[in-house]
Design a protein around this ligand. Structure first.
Ligand code: ADP
Ligand code: ASP
Ligand code: MG
Length: 410
């Protein structure tokens, strides 16, 4: 009888070279030899995906998204086949499968496709044969039988989707840090590792720039109640459990600080100070599928006002174009676009009942002489927009304000 069904995902740095692939093969086979069924989801090796994007740009900077996906999906095929070979060498039964062989069906959104369902019959058949199953992360096929990819960092979501479909006992996300920290440990050396974090807080952190987990993987883990753990493929230390409720929830105000440089700010200047303007702007953007984040409307001066908002860098051009095309209908003077901004956020379920939390964040920025351009808040987060050159320092001073002054306790 099997002990448990475990899904293990390994990120790019964990499979970067032959030694690391052998290390991953050892983790997988140790889990298998302990009596578990194992499905492993792998990312492309090291910087392979970036390199493939560069290769495409060399040939055709305007390549179609379909062909880009065809290309990008190959990175994961390489790491998976190599890992399967390493497992063969150890002497365990194994099979590697591409996204479509593993039954990943997605919508047609090339480059950022959504998983519609996983038809996991093939995976189940292989598991029944007592094989270790290695699956390429980050990809599937659409209704045209064309290969799609899930968006950068999407292998986490592939792993959680398999765990949800197979009702796995555990989904382990192996990466190059020991778990989820109170801030990016590469940026804030004194960041603390969290033993556990709620789905909601992790979702906010991931959506606000902490790339340790793909935000859609957390959303899915919450929806299907997947038992999720983030841990290192190098250190063997216990990682961070991501779950519905955590023991420390009442005690802590904030669980982390995150930074997102992948945003742009557009300011629509010289709008008429009359009703319906915001509606016009944001319905046009919605029609063009542009996701708007922070919105700020200035107090009208005389008969004009400004509306500023942020979008992801990828959406900036479309946003600007659709507004320029409708300049007369909306009625504005000009659009001011800024790329050199970053969003820095604090996240924590405990802040809703602690009114001083936002003030502490602003105080830290004030003491460091960092100017805030925009602010947005929700029940469990506060985000500020700062100059990109000051973003890393902003993360550090905010983190220190919450964690260090009181010796690690908040
Ligand atoms: P993988 O290739 O394994 O998917 P990623 O590079 O996508 O790894 O994610 C891991 C990285 O996320 C870490 O190396 C770390 O620099 C970064 N990171 C950002 N914020 C956090 C955080 N709060 N906790 C842990 N890691 C974080
Ligand atoms: N290889 C893909 C990327 O670099 C997917 C992933 O690593 O999760 O974005
Ligand atoms: Mg990742």
């Amino acid at each position: 009888m099997r002990m448990a069904l475990i899904v293990q995902k390994f990120g790019g740095s964990s499979v970067a070279d032959a030694d690391r692939i052998r290390n991953v093969a050892r983790i997988i086979t140790d889990t298998y030899k302990a009596g578990n069924d194992v499905v492993a989801v792998l990312s492309a090796q090291g910087d392979t995906t970036d390199d493939l994007i560069d290769k495409a740009a060399e040939i055709n900077p305007k390549a179609s998204k379909r062909e880009l996906d065809m290309l990008l999906s190959t990175g994961e095929q390489i790491s998976c086949s190599l890992c399967a070979m390493a497992i063969e060498a150890i002497g365990c039964p194994v099979v590697s499968l591409t996204g479509w062989q593993a039954g990943f069906h997605t919508n047609s959104g090339y480059g950022n496709a959504r998983i519609k369902r996983v038809r996991a019959d093939r995976i189940r058949t292989e598991l029944d044969k007592k094989r270790i199953v290695i699956v390429t992360g980050f990809q599937g096929i659409n209704k045209f039988d064309d290969i799609t990819t899930l968006g950068r960092g999407g292998s986490d979501t592939s792993a959680v989707a398999i765990a949800a479909t197979l009702r796995a006992d555990l989904c382990q996300i192996f990466t190059d840090v020991d778990g989820v920290y109170t801030a990016d440990p590469r940026l804030v050396p004194n960041a603390h590792k969290l033993d556990e974090i709620t789905y909601d807080e992790m979702l906010e952190l991931a959506s606000l720039g902490a790339q340790v987990l793909h935000n859609r993987s957390v959303e899915m883990a919450k929806r299907y109640n997947v038992n999720l753990e983030v841990l290192s493929s190098f250190s063997g230390k216990p990682g961070t459990k991501v779950k519905e409720v955590v023991k420390t929830m009442e005690k802590t105000y904030i669980s982390g600080v995150a930074k997102d440089k992948n945003i742009a700010r557009l300011a629509v200047v010289g709008l008429k100070n009359s009703p319906g303007i915001a509606y016009k702007i944001f319905s046009l953007l919605a029609k063009s599928k542009v996701n708007v984040d922070i919105i700020l409307q200035s107090i009208g001066r005389g008969d004009t006002k400004d509306i500023s908002f942020t979008v992801s860098k990828a959406d900036r051009e479309v946003a600007q174009k659709v507004l320029e095309e409708n300049k007369d209908a909306i009625g504005f003077d000009h659009i001011d676009v800024s790329d050199d901004i970053a969003k820095v956020s604090i996240v924590g379920a405990g802040m809703v009942n602690n009114p001083g939390v936002a003030a502490r964040m602003f105080e830290a920025l004030y003491n460091a002489g960092i100017n805030i351009n925009m602010i947005s808040t929700s029940e469990i987060k506060v985000s500020v927009l700062v100059n990109v050159a000051e973003a890393d320092r902003a993360v550090r001073v905010i983190h220190d304000r919450f964690y260090d002054e009181i010796g690690g306790e908040q």
